[in-house]
Every structure is written in structure tokens, then in C-alpha cells.
Design a protein around this ligand. Sequence first.
Ligand code: HEM
Ligand SMILES: *[C@@H]1O[C@H](CO)[C@@H](O)[C@H](O)[C@H]1NC(C)=O
Ligand SMILES: CC(=O)N[C@H]1CO[C@H](CO)[C@@H](O)[C@@H]1O
Length: 334
Amino acid sequence: MEKWRRRCGHLLGVVAVALAAGLMLPSGEARLSPDYYRSMCPDVEAIVRAVVAKKVKETFVTVPATLRLFFHDCFVEGCDASVVIASRDNDAEKDAPDNVSLAGDGFDTVVRAKAEVEKKCPGVVSCADILAIAARDVVSMSSGPHWTVELGRLDGLVSKAGNVAGKLPGPNMRAKDLAAMFAKHNLAALDMVALSGAHTVGFAHCTRFTDRLYHHGAGDGAPVDPSYNPAYARQLMDACPPDVAADIAVNMDPITPTAFDNAYYANLAGGLGLFTSDQALYSDGASRPAVRDFAKNQTRFFEAFKDAMVKLGRVGVKTGREGEIRRDCTAFNE
Ligand code: HEM
Ligand SMILES: *[C@@H]1O[C@H](CO)[C@@H](O)[C@H](O)[C@H]1NC(C)=O
Ligand SMILES: CC(=O)N[C@H]1CO[C@H](CO)[C@@H](O)[C@@H]1O
């Protein structure tokens, strides 16, 4: 509240109303608006969309890479493009072990979109907002839902590899622990289940799940996680032998890997969840009804996903002195 007040202090006429709104809404929410750039950069969404479309055409990886980059950005320091910062000493957020191989195409999308936006409206659109728009666009460009993106985030002033540990979910987490982690960001269990549906596109490196194939229940004579569909487990073992190279990856959705659809949820019911954290959404009785519902009705998955993405985009939004409009998305100003 103190920072809110400092920022709005000069707007004496509206400060009372703003404070009242600020009291009623969770932090961050009151400051974002779909019309934020209406006067400063009215074409920002069209500019970003054109860059994203071109990039998706070049490589599909743009879709999962950009979507995941947005998620990781928001969960560490809030949605403030802190994950985009490149550091000379390899100690920025993106260098943390937990960045778990964020694909370069997500970063490239933001950098290219920023370059185009700067040509039209220099110095007014944040990298955090560009990433939020691009994450929406890649979903709708892979036949997923489209939603209105709230704008007005500033770019953060902090990006440290050391701040990442414990903030991002791991592939071996249980549903209960995932829900607890998402709850810290005002995301309900249902939002967590819906957002996990992002695993309907993209790739995962073998090393992220081979423990389920070769080391499950060490020494009990049943090394394959029994919650895997046996045929799927064999397919994964073919793709990812025990001595697999670190850079080998598989599709996360083995059925429709490049379509943003609800196949992910039907997969879970059939034992085709790649990670423990995916399969857990079905094996846990608390989240199973939502998985079943999304598997049955794609419209309901899309509605829940849109709502959850808007809520994700409100996490830890920076305003006033907490942030800046970066000139170069990969570096702090000055
Ligand atoms: C619920 C907890 C989650 C866990 C445990 C998790 C974990 C992971 C892991 C381990 C990978 C594989 C990374 C690699 O091997 O390169 C991955 C990939 C991915 N995740 Fe998640 N994730 C979660 C939630 C989310 C959310 C909320 C989103 C976005 C809304 C998301 C989007 C993606 C995408 C699109 C990929 C594919 C990336 C690519 O192909 O480059 N994930 N996730
Ligand atoms: C799917 O859900 C939507 C929204 O709740 C509903 O309008 C629609 O009738 C449902 N479709 C089916 C086939 O149940
Ligand atoms: C895209 C990116 O910067 N990935 C980095 C993630 O962190 C590892 C170290 O843990 C780096 O080697 C990667 O370059």
C-alpha cells in the first residue's frame, strides 16, 4: 500500500478512489488494464502479434517456449520480465538450475517483439507486458483459446539465480504440494489444474522423468512407475534409454503434441501423464474431478485456462519505483 500511495500521491483528485479500489483488490490487480497503452501505443498488440506469428511459422517451439517463459517469469519475482535478463556472470534468474532449460525461442520472441514495438512507440511498453501478450498469442495460434490481456506491468529491477530455488514446481511434486505453491500466488487448485494443461504442447528432456522409468521404488523389482500406461512406458524407454544424452527430449502430449487442446487431461486418465506432477492431478482425488471435466469438455478447459492465465498475469506486478520500462529486455536500464 505504501508504494501505491507514493506512486499516486500526485493524483490528489483520484487518490481516495484509488486507495479504496486498492483495498478491495489483491495487490497488483487494480493497476492493470487492457487499455493501458491506448494513447501511448495503440497498436502494441498488433505489432507483437505479427512478430509472434512470424516466429511461430519459423519454429513451433516458439509456442511452448514462450508460454513456459511467462509462467517462470511470473512465479519468480512476479510478472516483470526478470527471467529475460541476461547476465555477464551467469547469475541472473534464467541461469538458475531451476530454469530447467527454458528454450531460447521464448527469449527470442520477446526480444524481437520489443524491437518492433520500440520502432513505433519508443520507451513506453514494458517487456513484461510484451511477454504477457506473446504468451496469449502463442496459445491462440496453436488452436487454443484467446483472451483479453491486462497490461501495465513494469519491468523488474532484480534478477538473481539465487532467488529461484523453491519457487518453481518440480516434476516430482504431489498435487497437494503443487496446489500449495500456486496458492501462494492467489491461484486456486482449479487454476493449477487448468494451467498444467499447458503441457498439451511442448517438450520435456528425458532426464526430467527417467527416474519414473528406471528408479521407481528403488530395489523393489518393479522399477517402472506403475501409474504409467505400460505401452507408454515402453515408448518412453525407447526414446530415453538409461544412458540417454542430456539434450534428448520427448513430446509432453504424445497424442496431439502441437495442438493446444484438452488431450492432456484424457491422457492422464489413460496413464499418459509424463511427469509425476502431471499424473498426480488424476491420482489425487481432490483434483481428479477437474481433470475429468476438462477431458470431457474442452470449452470448460479453455474457460478455466483463460481465467487462470489472467490471474497468473497479476502475480507480483511492479509499479512506480519498483520497476522501469526497459529499453533492452535482456538488460536493466543505465
Ligand atoms: C504444475 C506444475 C508444473 C510443473 C511441475 C512443470 C514442470 C515442467 C517441466 C519439468 C518441464 C520440462 C522442461 C524440460 O525438460 O525442458 C516443463 C515443460 C513445460 N511447461 Fe511446465 N510445469 C508446470 C506447470 C506449467 C505451467 C503453469 C505452464 C504454463 C502455463 C507450463 C508450461 C510448460 C510448457 C509449455 C513446457 C514445454 C516447454 C518447451 O517445450 O520448451 N508448465 N514443465
Ligand atoms: C461444455 O461446457 C460448456 C460450458 O460450461 C457448455 O455450455 C457445453 O454445453 C458443454 N458441452 C458439452 C458437450 O457438455
Ligand atoms: C536459456 C538459459 O539461459 N538456460 C540456462 C539455464 O540454466 C543453466 C544452468 O543451470 C544454463 O546452463 C542454461 O544456459
